[in-house]
Ligand binder design. Structure first.
Ligand code: MIC
Ligand code: SF4
Length: 639
């Protein structure tokens, strides 16, 4: 029977289970990726497992998020990660080397490999034909310790691209178009497999932009075939030996199919405050712009930045605009500095930042009050940029650069400069930002600064639960709402007690107080609860504050896993209309939790004398995890 590319790769790496949608599968993991803002938790958890060596082909720890060192905390976290890397033979990528997903693409991405990463944009690697999945930190620690990852087999959605993009329309516009069609929850439960004649004209890094923002669709991951474009990229990176041609079989059957004609796409923008709030760039023509930020794991490749340099060359950034550019990797920055492109950017008045996530995660460059900020990034949730009153619009680098010159939103179609970019014969590959630790050195001391606090102990599954609803939220609540991140809060990623003061602060000021007064409690959510990042802090902080369960209309995949991993029970309304029956401060009880968890569960709303059916969004395996008191306890006893 003809197979999809997804099935081929998973089948080859299947350790346990069957590739039937919804069934639990255990797969071999070739590589893992961590970054510093999730990495401290990953390595604290790995330490607790007491392993002797990692079981992946190799694992890499990147330092790219917490790069502003306004106190000792971030530098201490980096030192901690560095010491653990030495202890277990993990490759360490120093700050300044660039963004994890961009570097992984350049240096380690390998067609057919399976990678698990503690960052939701890990699927960027799918642009090179690998299955690259974002997961919570603990899942990544377990993947390192065991060389395996357990998940529910997703369905496979085929996105067939036909035609060719019009001039100056970009791969960013393609993924914004997909977001318009599918919305931020349209990819939940799917792996998205791209195919079609339209692929020929999309370079490897164009594809990386598309797979990167598959995270915004809620998809498990996205994947392109490995073909001539993949080969060209790997060859130029000096890694042609990593190339294998890979594609689905002719006639492979998918669970769902969508066809998009590239020739019909025009420049698009995601308006505040959601990546699926899509409109045409021309509809915003003339809107005054205060800040333009170019970079992030979505749009910071060599080609993207060369195009930006071409647009800026000989021009001047508008007097009312602050233009910031953060290159994706040190290699790219070095090449731009050598070929004159960096000079063109600087001469135009751009502010050049270190190769890192930077403004994308609010690590500096928060815009002014009420600003309009045009960004080439992937998320525009309210407040994520560091300024609650700012409006962030997501666009392509081309639209961003021309708008920076004009001072108003301007379509990339209005650019007259020739934007064709010749890739260099060979990318400049050098290793001085890497520490290639080889093999375990278990005697290495692990260095823990004073800000690094132990993580909270997970809950054990109880027979019954009685708790108050301390918060009721709407749909599409993000992990940036549950546990906001910015330059002020990121230094406390290894200090859960401190972070707990800011839980849900984009929604209510007093979540911590509510939790303390009510001995924890229950959170009620709408659709797609916990979308966005992979940060397990959005589960660890509620755990620390005593939250016992989250009852929602539906969950985002990684957050659901993170809740189970820490021992918080994710429950779904059987009848979504029942969401309306619950209000804040209702008292809820559930009996027979232990016996009925994977069967029928009834929630009583005690103060209203009502009963509603709910279901546990997990498997028998997840139930075992909850009974063991969370995934760390479970994995330690199953190592
Ligand atoms: C993000 O883009 O939201 C982050 C910051 O990269 C997160 C990880 C984190 O919160 O540390 C992600 O995407 O998983
Ligand atoms: Fe970094 Fe932004 Fe990418 Fe997250 S989305 S990894 S913060 S560049």
């Amino acid at each position: 029977m003809p197979k999809t590319l997804t099935h081929k790769i998973l089948e080859k790496n299947l350790i346990k289970g069957e590739l039937i949608p919804g069934k639990e599968i255990k797969i071999k993991v070739n590589q893992t990726l961590t970054q510093d803002s999730t990495g401290t938790m990953v390595y604290l958890q790995l330490e607790k497992m007491g392993i002797k060596e990692i079981k992946t082909d190799f694992s890499v720890a990147y330092i790219d998020h917490n790069t502003i060192q306004s106190g000792f905390e971030n530098a201490d976290d980096h030192e901690f990660i560095k010491s653990v890397c030495k202890k277990y033979g993990i490759i360490y990528s120093k700050p300044g080397n660039g963004i994890c997903h961009q570097i992984n693409f350049e240096r380690f991405g390998k067609p057919g490999n399976i990678m698990i990463g503690s960052d939701s944009h890990t699927p960027t690697g799918g642009g090179l034909g690998m299955i690259a999945i974002g997961a919570g930190g603990l899942d990544v620690a377990v993947a390192m310790a065991t060389g395996a990852y357990t998940m529910k087999m997703p369905k496979v959605l085929n996105l067939e691209l036909i035609g060719k993009l019009p001039k100056n329309v970009t791969s960013k516009d393609v993924i914004l178009k997909v977001l318009k069609e599918l919305t931020v929850k349209g990819g939940v439960g799917y792996i998205i497999e791209y195919s079609g004649s339209g692929l020929e004209s999309l370079s490897a890094t164009d594809r990386g932009t598309i797979t990167n923002m598959g995270a915004e669709l809620g998809a498990t991951t996205s994947i392109f075939p490995s073909d001539e474009q993949t080969k060209v990229f790997l060859e130029k990176q000096g890694r042609v030996n990593d190339y294998t041609p890979l594609s689905s079989d002719e006639g492979a059957v998918y669970d769902k199919k969508i066809i998009i004609d590239l020739s019909k796409i025009e420049p698009l923008v995601a308006k505040p405050h959601s990546p699926d709030n899509i409109d045409t760039v021309k509809s915003l023509k003339g809107l005054k712009v205060d800040q333009v930020a170019i970079g992030s794991c979505t749009n910071s490749s060599y080609t993207d930045l060369m195009k930006v340099a071409k647009i800026l060359k000989g021009n001047s950034v508008h007097e009312d605009v602050s233009l910031v550019i953060s290159p994706g990797s040190s290699n790219i920055l070095k090449m731009l500095s050598e070929n004159g492109a960096l000079g063109d950017m600087i001469a135009a008045g751009a502010r050049i930042l270190e190769a890192s996530c930077g403004p994308c995660i609010g690590m500096g460059q928060a815009p002014k009050t009420d600003a309009v900020s045009l960004r080439t990034f992937n998320r525009n949730f309210k407040g994520r940029c560091g300024t609650k009153s700012a409006d962030v619009y997501l666009v392509s680098p081309e639209t961003a650069a021309i708008s920076a010159i004009n001072g108003t939103v301007t379509s990339s179609l209005d650019i007259s400069t020739d934007l064709s970019v010749q890739l260099p014969e060979k990318f400049d590959v050098y290793d001085h930002y890497f520490i290639y630790n080889k093999g375990s050195k278990l005697e290495t001391p692990v260095i823990m600064g004073p800000n690094i606090k132990p993580f909270p102990e997970s809950n054990y599954l109880q027979g019954e639960m009685k708790a108050s609803v301390i918060l009721k939220t709407g749909d599409n609540i993000t992990t940036d709402d549950i546990m906001p991140s910015n330059a002020k809060l990121l230094p406390f990623r290894s200090n859960i007690p401190k972070l707990s003061n800011f839980a849900f602060s984009t929604i209510v000021e007093d979540f911590k107080e509510r939790a303390e007064k009510n001995d924890g409690g229950i959170v009620v959510g709408g659709e797609n609860y916990g979308q966005g990042s992979s940060r397990e802090h959005a589960a660890l902080v509620p755990l620390y504050l005593g939250v016992k369960a989250v009852l929602a209309k539906s969950f985002a995949r990684i957050h659901r896993d993170n809740l189970i991993n820490v021992g918080i029970i994710p429950l779904e309304f059987v009848n979504k209309a029942d969401y309306k029956k619950i209000e804040e401060m209702d008292v809820i009880s559930i009996n027979n939790l232990k016996s009925d968890l994977t069967g029928d569960l009834i929630v009583s709303i005690d103060n209203k004398g009502l009963e509603i059916p709910v279901s546990f969004v997990g498997s028998e395996y997840d139930k075992e995890v909850l009974e063991a008191g969370g995934y760390l306890n479970f994995s330690v006893s199953n190592l």
